[in-house]
Design a protein around this ligand. Structure first.
Ligand SMILES: Cc1cc2nc3c(=O)[nH]c(=O)nc-3n(C[C@H](O)[C@H](O)[C@H](O)COP(=O)(O)O)c2cc1C
Length: 198
């Protein structure tokens, strides 16, 4: 592989520059007399495959923090570009002041394994139960087990493969929303032998 030369670096202040990250709609509440709510979260990640787990990092002052802490459940809904405006809006307005499902027109639908609703329009819905929480400082890290996943049937091909590249998923980097660009290769492409033309 070619070496890069003459790269000049600047010392930057410590910052949350990890990018790109997803910007997801997390649904919560809707149980025990609480109204269902939506919060936009960029600080989320896969953290374990057995059991399947993910994390979300939420500031304690968010309305959703109380809902997630009380119910111990939430759903990570992966938005497509069609929901970009709703993603941004749900990250600007608090559920203390607005019914975010009603205002965005997004449809709450039944989850399979948790009490809070999924967002029907989002192509992938990941239903989670909180297993641990860590108070890190500005944010609480909720570590959660994935109990069920729902996917848009239109994304599954005739061979039963999930074609997530057709979902039009969103990415977020340094304050900007992006669509995903073209594929550069499939997992493992760097070590796969090239087929010779016959
Ligand atoms: C793109 C984007 C990403 C965000 N990521 C996070 C996050 O990871 N954690 C967090 O606590 N707040 C995050 N926020 C802010 C919350 O979504 C926002 O404060 C929201 O209004 C809280 O809603 P709630 O009070 O109804 O819970 C993000 C906002 C935007 C627009």
């Amino acid at each position: 592989m070619p070496r890069s030369r003459n790269i000049r670096k600047l010392a930057w202040k410590p910052a949350n520059l990890l990018a790109p990250v997803p910007a997801v709609l997390v649904s919560c509440g809707g149980t025990k007399g609480t109204a269902a709510n939506l919060i936009t979260i960029a600080w989320t990640g896969s953290i374990c495959s057995d059991p399947v787990m993910l994390s979300i990092s939420v500031r304690p002052e968010r309305h959703s923090h109380g809902l997630i802490a009380a119910a111990g459940e939430f759903v990570v809904n992966l938005p497509s570009v069609a929901q970009a405006r709703a993603v941004d809006w749900c990250g600007m307005v608090s559920g203390r002041k607005a019914d975010k499902f009603a205002e965005t027109g997004l449809t709450p639908a039944a989850a399979l394994a948790v009490g809070c609703p999924i967002v029907a329009e989002c192509p992938v819905n990941i239903e989670c139960r909180v297993r641990r929480r860590l108070e890190l400082g500005s944010h609480t890290l909720f570590l959660a087990e994935v109990l069920a996943v729902q996917v848009d049937a239109a994304l599954v091909d005739a061979k039963g493969r999930l074609r997530l590249e057709k979902a039009g998923l969103l990415a977020f980097a340094h304050g900007e929303y992006f669509t995903l660009g073209r594929s550069l290769g499939r997992f493992g492409f760097s070590v796969r032998k090239r087929r010779r033309n016959a």
